[in-house]
Design a binder for this molecule. Structure first.
Ligand code: LMR
Length: 333
């Protein structure tokens, strides 16, 4: 009996941190900043459902939406410290941690469509980018879509000169900063959870985001004009704390990989529809005037932002920009 107890105590000491005993499940805290009824929110909920099902309850996933646990910058720090296990920050949010590669996706007019995006994320380029997360204590599990960004402000935005002198909220990306500077605007980095109030109180004049994010955060209620620019893309990297992930029993990790794969297919399947609905809901609300730019206006915007491809080579890497452009060029849906 005594021997047994000693053996049990020794086993308990050697149980990896975060790994559950027979009774208590392994808990994955999945924190994110958007509403539950968005592509990312629904993807996280789908992962929870499948992860709990495939592990037979050995894993419990707690999803915390809408920045209820952490805001943008804090959630990445919390992941590295192990206070949460899983996140899906947008590509634009890894720069402050010293990983600049994902900012390539912020280059305006880079991606003609989702098929072009897939060429990058599902190919060797996307996989090499995920590897860059590991020295920072994270494992990149998947790329999740949101969609294409639209611009909004309290004045009509059609031509580059319309942006001059206006303050725009941006995510923490140097490419996005350069994008608004190229338009003569003043970019201001701000957490997603603070944008509505900043727009409402006039701390910033405008913002860019996907229709799904704009509608679910009610940005359209505090912006007089919304312009269908489709000038850039928002997508996510699902990341997990590396120590936690590596410490999981192999069978559990395999089941979670399966759940993540299926949640990814699901989330990427619904993203276009979610954004189309978001756009319709914004229009139907009647609270913001919709502007559809002419071909000439679109061309002028493209031209104004073109210098970013050379200007940002020092930041993102010329080779990476060239490789992404090469892979995406001419891809039709
Ligand atoms: C933003 O901060 O605008 C978005 O990246 C939020 C999100 O996660 O979609």
């Amino acid at each position: 009996m005594r021997k047994l107890l000693i053996a049990a105590a020794a086993a308990a000491i050697f149980v990896a941190p975060g790994i559950a005993s027979a009774q208590s499940p392994i808990v994955i805290k999945f924190s994110h900043v958007v509403a539950p009824n968005t592509p990312k929110g629904k993807g996280a909920d789908k992962f929870k459902e499948l992860a709990e099902k495939y592990t037979n309850g050995k894993v419990k996933v707690e999803v915390y939406p809408n920045s209820t646990l952490y805001k943008d910058k804090e959630e990445l720090e919390a992941l590295q410290l192990g206070a949460v296990q899983m996140l899906a920050p947008s590509n634009s949010k890894f720069g402050p941690m010293g990983i600049k590669d994902f900012e390539v996706f912020d280059l305006p007019y880079l991606l003609p469509n989702k098929a072009a995006l897939r060429k990058v994320t599902d190919g060797p380029l996307g996989q090499a980018m995920l590897k860059k997360l590991e020295p920072k204590g994270m494992v990149g599990l998947a790329y999740w879509d949101n969609g294409f960004k639209q611009m909004s402000a309290n004045k009509p935005l059609r031509m580059p000169e319309d942006y001059k002198g206006l303050k725009f909220r941006i995510q923490s990306s140097k490419v996005l900063e350069a994008q608004f500077r190229a338009l003569g605007a003043i970019p201001q980095v701000m957490a997603f959870s603070e944008v509505y109030q900043a727009l409402q109180t006039g701390v910033v004049d405008g913002q860019e985001n996907t229709p799904s994010n704009m509608f679910t955060q009610k940005f359209h209620e505090v912006q007089k004009y919304t312009t269908q620019t489709n000038h850039g893309y928002i997508g996510y990297v699902v990341v997990v704390n590396k120590k936690f992930w590596d410490g999981l029993p192999a069978d559990v990790r395999g089941q979670l990989e399966k759940a993540m794969h299926e949640a990814t297919v699901y989330s990427n399947d619904i993203s276009e529809k979610e954004n189309a609905e978001g756009w319709d809901d914004i229009k139907k609300s009647g609270k913001t005037e919709i502007i559809i730019p002419t071909a000439a206006e679109n061309a002028a915007m493209r031209k104004a932002m073109e210098p970013l491809y050379t200007e940002m080579a020092g930041r993102v890497g010329k080779q990476l920009i060239d490789d992404v452009v090469k892979v995406t060029q001419g891809v039709t849906n």
